[in-house]
Design a protein around this ligand. Sequence first.
Ligand SMILES: Cc1cc2nc3c(=O)[nH]c(=O)nc-3n(C[C@H](O)[C@H](O)[C@H](O)COP(=O)(O)O)c2cc1C
Length: 279
Amino acid sequence: MDISHASSLSKADALALRYGEDSIPAAGPWSDAIALMLSHRSIRGYRPDALPEGTLETLISAAQSAATSSNLQTWSVVAVTDPGKKAQIAKLSAGQKQIEQCPLFLAWIADVSRNERMSVEEGVTLEVLPFLETYLVAAIDAALAAQNAVTAAESLGLSTVYIGAMRNNSTQIAELLGLPQGAMGVFGMCVGYAAPDTANEVKPRLPQDAILYRETYGNPNESALRKAYDAKMAAFSKRNDMTQDTWTSRVIGRMSKVAALGGRDKLVSALHAMGFPLK
Ligand SMILES: Cc1cc2nc3c(=O)[nH]c(=O)nc-3n(C[C@H](O)[C@H](O)[C@H](O)COP(=O)(O)O)c2cc1C
């Protein structure tokens, strides 16, 4: 199925791509924007082509239009196009090649440093700054903004992939990007044009019954739903040239050993060093 014009996908096609023919939810109202969201897929191979002028500013306008807790706007973004800097970021982020390939890398920052500067300039103490809650607000706001940028990019025919591995070496990333105290790169994002030979099939998700509960949490069929999804993901991974693997075994692989955190097990001390006491 050609999904290059994602927003023109019919509801039935978009839902079938996302869930598989056997798990199509009874979705009601529909729009082109929803079709676009359902066609999302992360892309890990990029052409070197530059983006049209003003693309960065367009994406950031979309990002800044996301809701933000109490309008605090406790996030920033560092746009990186310099090849040498992208290579350094890639090295600090598990060597992911797409960081070097993409023409634009965005480092999304949970940022309370502006508030700290405000507090000094205004001669006031902002008592809430050191709390975990404030860091969480900043990280959530950064994520909401970033996801708006993803949808905007995809609406323009661009591709993206988040880079959580940017947290593997958070303090070095902070140094490389010149972040002040109170600013932390929560994740990165590659933006660019997908290379033609890159896998781009829509990745199936858990059936809605496994995550959508009504009035009370839980579904007694959880185990059966998981097994059915395992079969779907095993087929997906086989089709997309990865090792044929179930979702369960991937989750276990990702979560059973601390080593899989790639250094992020030290995040609390890294955050302390970056000016987040997390009280
Ligand atoms: C916060 C976050 C961090 C991620 N980090 C990485 C990463 O470091 N490298 C990568 O290749 N994909 C990364 N991903 C992409 C996920 O692997 C991807 O979204 C997931 O497998 C679902 O696939 P899809 O986006 O194609 O639907 C990340 C996604 C999120 C939301």
